[in-house]
Design a protein around this ligand. Structure first.
Ligand code: HEM
Length: 455
């Protein structure tokens, strides 16, 4: 029942909402489906692979409820929040072909390697100068540069500092708990969220709009030979072309979505590597055996590194960046789940964290055991809802292949070049904002393993 008027908002407003909701579902014997209210919003939550599949993979929950801040920041016109109609399909198709296809992901390998070179050089300098390496800032900057260059190309790099600040401000606004998302209080502006969103949206329109305009002018004079997403958008055939405002919205969304997930996941993985030195040594051994120690790890080596992939899966299981799958779904019509009637307009959430920590789904769920994925082949791309960190169904994360390619190759390179040791006890406390971050940044010592002559 929750509290009068507020319902279960206090649980949801917590930075550990996934844990509180998992506890509630388990203590009320409501893992398959739990109904609650968040203010005036009706919500159902699945903490079970079967009902999660029904919610994610069917067509009944193909829209998303939109938060006020997300609407004001233009995400309603982009992929993540557009209703599942023609416009959304059109955007997903364009992004699937020009940003996320195997060819596009492979075309960005040079960029991934260059950013890895820069990060590794900074690791060495930090260790030498300060005697400790703070990975978080480095991963965030690397991830931001990587996504900004994939989207805009290097010619717009003079605007990257500004764009980075805008992404940071956007995260803060979207992660701020806003009562208005749960009560129709149109005239109020708690915490000044609305005012700040309007200001940021105007800035995004100006900065991204200027980059688009500048590129249009340049490309009308030059042959388009760029490999970035903006160039692809500008070269679309007439019938597929997007309006300027839609272009700004999707470019902004991809930068926004593509930055934090990769950096946060890598920080969790490195925390586990520092904590489990035996596992770190085992994966380094795998890399040395298949790649050697006189050249860098490349994308093409990753299929030969099953233990490295198993580590990534195990961290996605224990520390999923989207424990509640980041953004919820909305029932587009009346539907039954598990024979329970769910009226149209109900918000549906999947507690992936609860599923991946459930002892009836995973043996020994609290233990860090990458070997479980060597013993059993489990796909993480969405078809198996025991572990679906990228969601599933029509609204599954379109950036999953790009995200994984980046995580795999950067992780391999960090571990190939250095041995990572704790600079202070590793603290695995969580903090759920838009994604689930480590509450305390990881601090490490490194010892160099290989000296490479060239990339
Ligand atoms: C480790 C990396 C990542 C994780 C764990 C992740 C996770 C997710 C999850 C859980 C969803 C919701 C899926 C659902 O409702 O079923 C999602 C949606 C989305 N993700 Fe990702 N993501 C990652 C990387 C990326 C990247 C690199 C991009 C783009 C550059 C991206 C763009 C998107 C977009 C646009 C959506 C909305 C899809 C839609 O509503 O149709 N993601 N992601």
């Amino acid at each position: 029942m929750g509290w009068p008027v507020l319902g279960n908002l206090p649980e949801m407003a917590s930075r550990l909402a996934h844990r509180k909701l998992a506890h509630l579902a388990s203590s009320l014997d409501a893992k398959r489906l739990m109904a609650l209210s968040l203010g005036s919003t009706r919500v159902v939550i699945s903490s079970h692979p079967d009902t999660a599949k029904e919610i994610l993979a069917g067509s009944s929950f193909s829209d998303r409820p939109i938060k006020e801040s997300a609407r004001l920041l233009m995400f309603e016109r982009a992929i993540g929040f557009a209703p599942a109609g023609f416009h959304w399909r059109h955007l997903r198709r364009i992004a699937a072909v020009h940003m996320f296809s195997p060819r596009s992901v492979a075309g960005l390998e040079g960029l991934r390697q260059r950013v890895a070179d820069e990060m590794l050089a900074r690791v060495g300098v930090q260790m030498e100068e300060k005697g400790v390496v703070g990975l978080r800032g480095m991963l965030q900057e690397g991830s931001l540069t990587n996504i900004l260059e994939s989207v805009f190309g290097s010619s717009s790099s003079c605007r990257f500092g500004e764009l980075g600040q805008m992404v940071k401000e956007g995260y803060e606004l979207i992660s701020t708990f806003n009562l208005e998302d749960y009560f129709p209080l149109g005239f109020m502006d708690f915490h000044g969220v609305k005012r700040r969103c309007h200001k940021l949206a105007a800035k995004v329109n100006t900065v991204v709009g200027q980059i688009v305009e500048g590129r249009k002018t340049r490309e009308s004079h030059e042959n388009n030979s760029n490999n970035d997403f903006l160039s692809a958008l500008l070269s679309l055939p007439k019938e597929d072309q997007l309006s300027d405002s839609d272009m700004v919205a999707i470019l902004w969304e991809l930068i926004f979505r593509g930055t934090d997930t990769v950096a946060i996941l890598l920080e969790w993985i490195m925390a586990r590597m520092v904590l489990h030195q035996d596992i770190q040594a085992k994966v380094q051994q795998e890399i040395d055996t298949f790649v050697g120690n006189n050249r860098h790890v490349r994308d093409s080596n990753i299929p030969n590194l099953p233990y490295l992939q198993a580590i990534v899966k195990e961290v996605l299981r224990l520390h999923p960046p989207g424990p509640l799958l980041s953004w919820a779904r909305l029932a587009v019509h009346d539907v039954h789940i598990d024979k329970v009637f769910i009226p149209a307009g109900t918000t549906a959430m999947v507690n992936m964290w609860a599923i991946t920590h459930d002892p009836s789904v995973w043996k020994d769920p609290w233990a860090f055991k990458p070997d479980r994925f060597i013993e059993e082949e489990v796909t993480i791309m969405g078809s198996d809802t025991r572990l679906a960190p990228f969601g599933s169904g029509r609204r599954v994360c379109p950036g999953k292949a790009l995200g994984l390619a980046t995580v795999h190759v950067w992780l391999a390179r960090l571990l190939h070049q250095y041995t990572w040791l704790p600079a202070q006890p590793v603290d695995l406390s969580e903090c759920l904002r838009l994604s689930m971050e480590m509450k305390k940044p990881l601090a490490c010592h490194v010892v160099r393993r290989c000296n490479f002559a060239a990339s």
